[in-house]
Design a protein around this ligand. Structure first.
Ligand code: 13P
Length: 336
């Protein structure tokens, strides 16, 4: 499949992405919070539950998987990537190896995984992946992010994106400004804009084709410890203004991460972005992990008898986000 047709499928109207690509450590933390044993079988069962949810392809056009899931099977015995492909859902793969402390610049983090990436991409493509994801993180403190961290992360994202396009996979470029801290919304806007400028400067410098990548940024939000709660309209305005200044119109789509927002908060903000998008040149959709999975995982709690109830909850959240991606969500729909 060509990069263009993958993009077209991913950006179908009223569709978004599910990020089910948590590393073992991250997924086990989420399991622990719900009393779920950190076993290979529970990881398989959880991801099987998500991808086997009836009708999910009405709302989800792509699922980002973690490497081990590519070779795991559903309870019916089908390989998980095949289950996705059979329902017209694109198979994505997280290809970074996570973050490590930046030597000489702690506590800042750099994302690793470029070594051997070209060969791994060929392997993932053979296993059915059509798109990939790489996440860089930036934390807001009085002294961070530093200029050198911006430059290093941007270059790494650009090299990753080039390798993906070469291997026939659509790169999702994810520069995430974290919500940790007590900063205000204006500070997040300034930092996020600087990050996006650095990323697009590098993407252009390395000659990454902007038409065949997707951006996965944070929304512009105050820090989690700030006690500030801007309304969705304000968040959407703040987010759109920095995107307009920094993201070229050639980029076809922006699929936001949820970043630790509540499920309803992330949906309401995505809805506001689409209601007031003006003439935004890009599709505005979602690529959520926590904001799609949290309540469903809580219901499931590792119990096979809760599988269907958890799938119903996951499907409901996916549907609400599908509506939000079209500016058609209403908070009263939460109850139905
Ligand atoms: P959240 O939606 O939970 O922020 O996760 C998105 C993601 O893929 C992080 O890399």
């Amino acid at each position: 499949m060509s990069l263009d047709s993958t993009i077209e499928n991913l950006l179908r109207k009223g569709h978004g992405l599910l990020a089910a690509d948590e590393s073992l450590t991250t997924l086990h933390k989420r399991f622990a919070a719900n009393g779920i044993e950190p076993t290979t079988e529970n990881r398989r069962a959880w991801r099987d539950l998500l991808v086997s949810t009836p009708g999910i392809s009405q709302f989800i056009s792509g699922v980002i998987l973690y490497e081990e899931t590519l070779e795991q099977r559903t309870q019916e015995g089908e390989l998980i990537p095949q289950t996705l492909a059979h329902s017209g859902i694109e198979v994505g793969i997280k290809v970074d190896h996570g973050t490590k402390s930046f030597a000489g610049h702690a506590p800042e983090l750099l994302t690793e995984g470029l070594d051997g990436l070209r060969e791994r991409l060929v392997h993932f493509h053979d296993l059915g992946a059509t798109f990939a994801k790489w996440r860089a993180v930036y934390s807001i403190t009085k002294s961070t992010p530093t200029q050198v961290t911006l430059i290093e992360n941007a270059r790494t994202l650009a090299r990753y994106a080039l390798s993906c396009q070469e291997a026939g996979l659509v790169p999702i470029v994810e520069p995430e400004v974290l919500m940790d801290g007590d900063h205000d919304q204006a500070t997040c806007a300034i930092v996020s804009e600087a990050v996006l400028h650095s990323v697009f400067e590098a993407l252009t410098f390395y000659k990454v084709k902007l038409e065949t990548l997707l951006l996965k940024p944070n929304m512009v939000l105050p820090g989690q410890d700030s006690k500030l709660h801007p309304d969705p309209g304000t968040t959407a305005q703040e987010t759109l203004s920095i995107l307009r200044r920094s993201v070229p119109a050639a980029v076809p789509g922006i699929c936001f991460l949820s970043g630790g927002q509540s499920e309803t908060g992330a949906t309401a903000n995505l809805d506001a972005l689409n209601r007031i998008n003006g003439n935004a040149p890009w599709a505005l959709s979602f690529s959520f992990a926590r904001a799609l999975q949290n309540s469903a995982m809580h219901i499931w709690s590792g119990k096979p008898e809760k599988r269907i109830e958890a799938q119903t909850q996951f499907s409901h959240r996916a549907q609400l986000n599908s509506l939000a991606a079209q500016g058609l969500y209403d908070v009263h729909m939460e109850a139905t």
